[in-house]
Design a protein around this ligand. Structure first.
Ligand code: FES
Length: 179
């Protein structure tokens, strides 16, 4: 197993900041048209000692592959304490940097994380490099019963199309392989 695979496996085994954030200030979602995976990120802000608005913490949920889980895990740790501008400066590769360089076929997984983060921070529909992002939802709307990521992918009434997704929970050992 390569160092990259080892670090991804470790992050997937114990993902940091996984789950919805009930008191988030912003939430953004991105999807990859190529693989059909989705990732949602919640962000809470605070004021730092210099009076700057910085990211207090970020959490995520995803239907993505193990690489996306690992990148989201390290990215949520990386952005804590950064201003919005500083966080927006980070590319998918930057967000994944503590895991190591991703192979070309996995770069879009990091871009999925980047897209969700941008969606949350910008509150607009600026597309991620690898797919698209949804408009930011107000936390009030989110906490007032807007759909969770799981709900978002329930087939519509009468739909014959099933979403190509698998939920992953911390400690889930039967997650699909990252191939
Ligand atoms: Fe779709 Fe990694 S996010 S394969």
């Amino acid at each position: 197993m390569s160092d990259l695979q080892q670090r991804i496996a470790e992050a997937v085994a114990q993902p940091k900041n996984l789950g919805e954030m009930s008191d988030a200030d912003a939430v953004g979602t991105a999807g990859s048209e190529g693989c059909g995976d989705m990732l949602r990120m919640w962000v809470k802000f605070r004021q730092d000692a210099q009076g700057r608005k910085v990211i207090d913490r970020a959490t995520f949920q995803t239907f993505g592959c193990e690489t996306a889980i690992a990148v989201a895990s390290v990215a949520t740790e990386l952005v804590a304490g950064k201003t919005i501008a500083e966080a927006l400066d980070l590319s998918g590769a930057d967000l994944a940097s503590s895991l190591g360089a991703l192979p070309p076929m996995k770069i879009h997984c990091a871009q999925l994380v980047e897209g969700a983060l941008r969606s949350a921070l910008q509150g607009d529909s600026a597309p991620a490099a690898s797919g698209h992002s949804e408009k930011q939802q107000s936390p009030a709307a989110h906490t007032a019963g807007s759909p969770t990521l799981r709900d978002s992918f329930k087939p519509a009434e009468g739909s014959v199309r099933k979403p190509n997704i698998v939920f992953k929970q911390p400690g889930n050992t039967d997650a699909p392989s990252d191939s």
